[in-house]
Design a protein around this ligand. Structure first.
Ligand code: NAD
Ligand code: UDP
Length: 335
């Protein structure tokens, strides 16, 4: 049985990935400081799978404690590194906190992996590393550039990981550039649980549930079919499965977009949510959000060709599962 260390495994994508790993027969060790998550998600994953997770409430900024985890857990085959701060707006306000947590945390983790001889790592990167891409759908080979400190940390971490692999021929690094993860496990037991949502779908979910009065559409004057921003949304379970495919086939440094290849506008997303949830969902057009681009969708074939991994769930499933989770857990894990 392969053993995987999942940093940030109590979080949104980490909890779904841990579930997929357990179902596929992996042993899962989670390291998370719970700064943006709850231990309840881990308990629910255990309940859903009927399997145990070893959990360490540890901050990656604490190198000694991180090393202790790797020493206590010998024979880790791979690490999936989710642990990071991820709010774009907050990163603009508090850049040092973001650079410190995301970069120093990653360096600590890599040093601990080096000291204990763990050589395989899958990293949560983001479409944000493409900045305002000129070529849409954007291929993995497109020029990189970030428009905010959060994106800069992702770019820097990609560089650090790639340099480490260059220096150590035993090391395998897979960078997964996620587009827009949405939805939840079909059980409705785990899902995204932000207190103050920044992303579109969690915000719409909370409006549909009556937690917020309306959703603001950030600009309807973009050069897109209906004037609102177009993004590629991917079901979190498809994304979780992509991580399992990545650790099953590590080979040097690899970079993959993870999306569906199909874009939807903000208006289309809200309208689909109205239809599926039966909720009214008030929406108001406001100014563009700083740093937003009109359209960002990926070329999504490389991961399919090389890892045999393809997004299977469409928009209806994404929204149905998001709504199932939201309506079943109005306060998320905070009850
Ligand atoms: P999340 O906040 O739900 O999960 C991140 C987890 O990391 C949380 O449980 C948090 O407590 C933990 N964490 C943060 N800093 C830590 C530290 N120093 N030590 C230990 N644990 C720490 O976020 P998510 O949506 O699941 O995202 C997971 C990863 O995917 C992040 O790296 C994020 O940047 C990346 N990503 C997310 C999206 C998205 O839209 N959700 C898109 C692209 C990339
Ligand atoms: N958006 C919006 N209102 C919101 C949040 C987002 O109109 O409250 C728009 C945003 O401008 C973008 C799309 O929804 O066009 C997706 O934004 P999100 O923050 O979810 O993801 P991003 O692609 O920016 O990472």
């Amino acid at each position: 049985m392969q053993k995987v260390l999942v940093t940030g495994g109590a979080g949104y994508i980490g909890s779904h990935t841990s579930l997929v790993l357990l179902e596929k027969g992996y042993e899962v060790v989670i390291l998370d400081n719970l700064c943006n998550s709850s231990e309840e998600s881990i308990r629910r994953v255990e309940k859903l799978t009927g399997k145990k997770i070893t959990f360490y409430n540890v901050d990656l900024m604490d190198k000694e404690a991180t090393l202790e985890v790797l020493n206590k857990e010998p024979n880790i085959d791979s690490v999936i590194h989710f642990a990071a701060l991820k709010a774009v707006g907050e990163s603009v306000q508090k850049p040092l906190i973001y650079y410190n947590n995301n970069i120093s945390g990653t360096i600590n983790l890599l040093e601990c992996m080096q000291e204990t001889g763990v050589n395989n790592i899958v990293f949560s990167s983001s479409a944000t590393v493409y900045g305002d891409a000129k070529e849409i759908p954007v291929p993995e080979t497109a020029p990189l550039g970030a428009t905010n400190p959060y994106g800069q940390t992702k770019l820097m971490m990609e560089t650090i990981l790639t340099d480490c692999a260059k220096a150590n021929e035993k090391m395998n690094v897979t960078l997964l550039r996620y587009f827009n993860p949405v939805g939840a496990h079909e059980s409705g037991e785990i899902g995204e649980d932000p207190e103050y949502p920044n992303n579109l779908l969690p915000f719409v979910q909370q409006v549909a549930a009556g937690i917020r009065p309306k959703v603001f559409i950030f600009g309807d004057d973009y050069d897109t079919p209906d004037g609102t921003g177009v993004r590629d949304y991917i079901h979190v379970m498809d994304l979780a499965e992509a991580h399992e495919a990545a650790i099953a086939k590590m080979n040097g440094v690899k970079v993959y977009n993870v999306g569906t290849g199909t874009g939807y506008s903000v208006k289309e997303m809200i309208e689909s949510f109205r239809q599926i949830s039966g909720s009214e969902i008030s929406a108001e057009i406001t100014a563009r959000r700083e740093g937003d681009v009109a359209m960002l969708t990926p070329k999504a074939e490389l991961i399919k060709d090389e890892l045999g991994c393809e997004a299977k769930r469409g928009l209806t499933e994404m929204i149905t599962d998001a709504w199932h989770w939201q309506s079943q857990n109005p306060k998320g894990f905070r009850e």
